[in-house]
Design a protein around this ligand. Sequence first.
Ligand SMILES: Nc1ncnc2c1ncn2[C@@H]1O[C@H](COP(=O)(O)OP(=O)(O)OP(=O)(O)O)[C@@H](O)[C@H]1O
Ligand SMILES: [Mg+2]
Length: 239
Amino acid sequence: MISIKDLKKRFGDNEVLKDIDIEIQDGEVVSLIGSSGSGKSTLLRCINLLETPTSGEIYIDGINILDKSVDLNKLRQNVGMVFQQFNLFPNMSVIENIKLAPKKIRKMSDEKATKMAMKLLRDVGLADKADAMPKQLSGGQKQRVAIARALAMEPKIMLFDEPTSALDPEMIGEVLDVISKVAKKGITMIIVTHEMKFARDISDRILFLDKGRIIENGTPEEVMDHPKTERVKRFFEKH
Ligand SMILES: Nc1ncnc2c1ncn2[C@@H]1O[C@H](COP(=O)(O)OP(=O)(O)OP(=O)(O)O)[C@@H](O)[C@H]1O
Ligand SMILES: [Mg+2]
């Protein structure tokens, strides 16, 4: 589903991603782990072209997304992203937030968009908040709406960048539960997270990024319990 070859990303003299090679199969759930500044967000942002790679190739569903003829809107329909900060539109109700892109980009009728939005809100446990404004929601509720909004495009791939890092501890569980539910639907996912127990439970595979290189790539047991490198061993002793 995702194939990355020799990916490099530089900001000025700072080479943030170095020779990244990754293959992710359809339906796989992959956690991306690494210290602050290792390049995790930059890698996710390259996959939906919020950043332009310096060199390399990224194929999604067989299509080279760095090809100039690729339709960015279409790419972003296929690749949903959820950020640490929820980025809801503050002046729109919860349901309008979810309906916006399906109506505008997928040209869905209002009736159909409403039906779908209500189903998604039920899935994330927020059907009663359809007409609330974002500022009336808790952080955990906002993030669940943000996930529902991303799912409204029926993406093939979901990228999560530290989706619980901005939340109060008591709200983390409800958001992780929703992400686990999404994983069970068979959507291909890449999750950047510091929640190690969650990563272990949900992931088919763990990638460990260190200074812009993937230094470990294996099952949670392989990477977390039997790391090959001193670097990763030390990391998991502390986390
Ligand atoms: N737009 C940008 N311009 C210049 N440098 C950037 C930009 N975005 C990221 N960087 C640099 O790239 C490096 C990697 O940043 P990135 O945000 O990808 O790390 P991260 O692994 O997501 O860290 P964290 O865990 O703190 O979120 C850092 O040195 C950062 O300063
Ligand atoms: Mg980051």
